[in-house]
Every structure is written in C-alpha cells, then in structure tokens.
Design a protein around this ligand. Sequence first.
Ligand SMILES: C[S@@+](CC[C@H](N)C(=O)[O-])C[C@H]1O[C@@H](n2cnc3c(N)ncnc32)[C@H](O)[C@@H]1O
Length: 200
Amino acid sequence: MVGGLVCFDAIEKHALDRNIPVMQKEGIEFLIDTFQQHQCKSCLEIGSAIGYSSMMMVSNIDSFVVETIEIDEARYQEAQKNIKDYQLEDKIFIHLDDALEFDCNNRVFKSYDCLFIDAAKAQYQKFFEKYIPFLKEDGICIVDNLDFHGMIYDIDNIKNRNTKQLVKKIKRFKDWIFDHDAYSVEYYPIGDGICVIKRR
Ligand SMILES: C[S@@+](CC[C@H](N)C(=O)[O-])C[C@H]1O[C@@H](n2cnc3c(N)ncnc32)[C@H](O)[C@@H]1O
C-alpha cells in the first residue's frame, strides 16, 4: 500500500525490469484522485501494456470498470494473465488490436466517464479524435507524457532526428488541444506532464 492505495508492486517491477513503460505511482495517484473527484465509474484506456494501470484503477476506485486496448500480443497475453490471477476479469475488458484500426462496434461499453490515452505518443491526436465521441458529455480525457522529459521546451537542441520528430508531434498535439475552441485543458506538472481535457 502507498498512501492507502492497493498496489501491484511485483507487476510494476517486473514491467520496469524489462523496460515496459508503466505509469509512475505519482501519475496513478493523480489519476485515481481525479476519477474520484469527478465520480468516474468507467474508463476507456488506449495502451494497456501488461494491465498495471487498469488493475490499479479498478482496485482503488469503487465499482470502477476499464476497457483497454493493447497492440502488442505478448503484452496483451501477460495483461490477460495478470487480470485473471487477481480475479479482475469482471472489471477489466481488454482487446488485442491497434487502437487506430479497432472496430468500435466491438466495444463492451457504449460510453465512458473517462478516456485515458497512454499509447504511441506520435498518434495522440488520432487517438483523441477517434475515441472522444464515446466520452460522456461531462466526461474527462486524460493524456500522459506531454512534456517528454522536458524536451518539448527545447526542441531545437534535440540531436536525435527521430526523437526530434516525435517531440514535434507531441508539441503539435499539445498546441492543437490547448487552442481548441471545443475543449478546455488543465495541465499538471506531474510525472512527465499530464493534461485533463473537458468539453467546454
Ligand atoms: C506507456 S505503455 C501503457 C502503460 C499502461 N497504461 C500502464 O501504465 O500500465 C503504452 C502501450 O501502448 C501500446 N500501444 C502503442 N501503440 C498502440 C496502438 N496503436 N494501439 C494500442 N496500443 C498501442 C504499446 O504497445 C504499450 O504497451
């Protein structure tokens, strides 16, 4: 337990030992607090990895369900196993697919209180545009890793070409969403930068 939270430290460590990126504790705590404040009961997550963040959510928020999509088969299988080992199959529904190709008719839930985008950073805008229609009118969208280790503030000095392209794409999404007439955005300097997006 950290700050009264049910934790899955062995799963987190096993992921980090293999360079599988999972959300930092600070970020998860923020997520859980924010969902509780907004009385969220359902979340659509893009990017399950091995199921760690969805397991943290459903184990720390009453009557909470997560539907989540993962592109990588090995991670999907491992997530399935973790979910089963902790008997969370009635709270977490996972799909193996590219979220950009996923047939939305196969969704388990019709709409969600929260959309949590935690997959390929270069595709944030595409994920957002595809899935925002399924967010309830008063729902919230959370996007993680928007600072990219602070690099977003110093793009000119990034030497690696691929990293520079990626950071430019993240910045493009950030600028686009902050300037959007239809959404309001709150930024939190937690972990690598988290945004909470709401319809105006
Ligand atoms: C940062 S990890 C997710 C971590 C997880 N949310 C957690 O905190 O436990 C991002 C995951 O997104 C997956 N991913 C990347 N592109 C994707 C896509 N187009 N569709 C679905 N999953 C994708 C990656 O394979 C990776 O496992």
